[in-house]
Write a protein that binds this ligand. Structure first.
Ligand code: BG6
Ligand code: MG
Length: 223
């Protein structure tokens, strides 16, 4: 693991880290799972976190053993329906949906001169950030359309570092998903996992929830 003093920037996941939207994604996917007759479980719910829209749909169809039952067009329709339902939930969001301590942490990063970028798989990230009134903190956002592979591949976290002109070793990546932690680790960045420590066992630094994530607490676990 890098030394805390080497760290110059933070690359953030969005859903489940900055805001509670992972619950909205789960709710909308659960509806799709019910529709296609796939069993919903905590494992499936956790496994979907961080995974792109179409890959998530494929995981659900696979869980229901119905991958071959739908044509490509029908799959696009199912994913679009999920996104429409998800966006209805996003429309009601306000800055109250920012997870505890995140605004303070971002302010602390800015005032201490750390660079910040966003590495979210979500095509809705700019919209969500604007609902949260946090867009100004994230001038650099990886465009998920530019990726050849999603999380757990390192590409998205490597691009997150590149956008702020840092080497991966100078960056900390922040995630709530096992696939995301894997992506950060494979990119050679220091990983913070927020949530169930068993699900996120591969993370270098672990917190149970966002309110525990402060520069002092990170330094404590790194040095
Ligand atoms: C990730 C979420 O951030 O974005 C996933 O954790 C979601 O649940 C993925 O599937 C893609 O998001 P979207 O908004 O483009 O469908
Ligand atoms: Mg996430």
């Amino acid at each position: 693991m890098a030394k805390f003093s080497d760290i110059k920037g933070f690359v953030f996941d969005l859903d489940g880290v900055i805001t509670d939207t992972s619950v909205f994604h789960s709710q909308a996917w659960h509806q799709v799972a019910d529709k296609v007759g796939a069993p919903w479980s905590k494992e499936l719910e956790d496994g979907l976190k961080g995974i792109s829209r179409m890959d998530s749909l494929e995981m659900i169809l696979k869980a229901g053993n119905v991958s071959d039952k739908y044509t490509d067009d029908e799959k696009v329709d199912l994913a679009t329906e999920k996104n429409t339902n998800y966006l209805k939930l996003v429309d009601q969001m306000t800055p109250d949906n920012i997870l505890p301590g995140i605004k303070e942490f971002l302010d602390d990063l800015k005032s201490n001169g750390y660079l910040i970028s966003l590495a979210s798989a979500s095509k809705n990230a700019p919209k969500v950030l604007s609902k949260l009134q946090l867009a100004d903190y994230f001038p650099e956002i990886v465009d998920p359309k530019s990726l050849s592979k999603g999380k757990p591949d390192p590409e998205i976290y490597l691009k997150g570092a590149e956008l702020i002109n840092l080497n991966p070793e100078q960056c900390i990546g922040v995630e709530d998903a096992a696939a995301g932690v894997e992506s950060i680790n494979a990119a050679n960045e220091t990983s913070i996992g927020i949530g169930d420590p068993q699900v996120l066992s591969a993370a270098d630094v672990k917190f149970n929830d966002t309110s525990e994530m402060t520069l002092a607490n990170i330094k404590n676990q790194m040095d």
